[in-house]
Design a protein around this ligand. Structure first.
Ligand SMILES: N[C@@H](CCC(=O)N[C@@H](CS)C(=O)NCC(=O)O)C(=O)O
Length: 211
């Protein structure tokens, strides 16, 4: 398996956490080192990550997570309980489709290129992040049980979406004081080896690291 990613790549970090939780080995291919042109031949969209498995290329982190979950069922990321499974997928979709997708670098760049000043772009980011976090905090507050992780005794699908998004919020100066449950769970995950090994500064192409 080859994962095309780069050190700072929230969507790729989700997949790195999943691979680590499942104990799967993979080759890390730095898209920065590979170059944009070569990567466009792998993923025409140019977005990271992409996964090469059995000679095929797969894109979109959610599709990759779904593939890994079905193909490597050991250490499931989704709860067996169907309701908890749906809640976990909804939690992840709120982050991937409604927070990350609206605030990612290329969106911020587009807004800046279309006459939004820095303060307006920051306001846009804060708005969509805050809106998402408010909903996620409320969803966790009404769980049937106060599990140590989002939807269970072990971290899974929802948690691996949460951690990179909380890190992005910190980078983008989004205040997190109103989200104690999210911050507490993210902190618990951040101390675990699977999450530590997936974070930006653990990657071989993190600036300053020998590759
Ligand atoms: N929906 C995609 C999002 C992928 C995405 O936006 N990746 C970002 C980094 S987190 C990227 O490749 N950005 C390149 C750029 O902004 O030029 C997924 O979940 O895989």
């Amino acid at each position: 398996m080859k994962l095309y990613t780069r050190w700072q790549n929230s969507a790729g970090e989700r997949v790195r956490i999943a691979l680590n939780l499942k104990g799967l080995d993979y080759d890390y291919v730095s898209v920065t080192t590979l170059g944009a042109e070569a990567y466009a031949a792998i993923n025409p969209q140019g977005l990271m990550p992409a996964l090469e498995l059995d000679g095929q290329i797969f894109t979109q982190s959610v599709a990759i997570l779904d593939l890994l979950e079905s193909r490597f069922p050991q250490r499931p990321l989704l709860p067996a309980d169907l309701a908890l499974r749906a809640l976990s997928i909804a939690f992840g979709a709120t982050i991937a489709s409604e927070m990350h997708a609206l605030t990612v670098n290329r969106v911020r760049r587009y807004l800046a290129d279309h006459a939004m000043d820095d303060a307006d772009v920051a306001g846009w980011v804060q708005h969509w992040q805050r809106e998402g976090f408010v909903a996620l905090e409320a969803l966790l507050a009404r769980r049937e049980q106060a599990w140590p992780f989002c939807y269970g005794e072990e971290p899974g699908w929802a948690d691996l979406h949460l951690v990179p998004q909380v890190a992005a919020a910190r980078r983008l100066s989004v205040p997190l004081e109103r989200f104690p449950l999210l911050v507490e769970i993210a902190g618990r995950c951040e101390a675990l080896p699977a999450f530590i090994a997936a974070r930006p500064d653990s990657q071989p192409d993190f600036p300053g690291k020998a590759q």
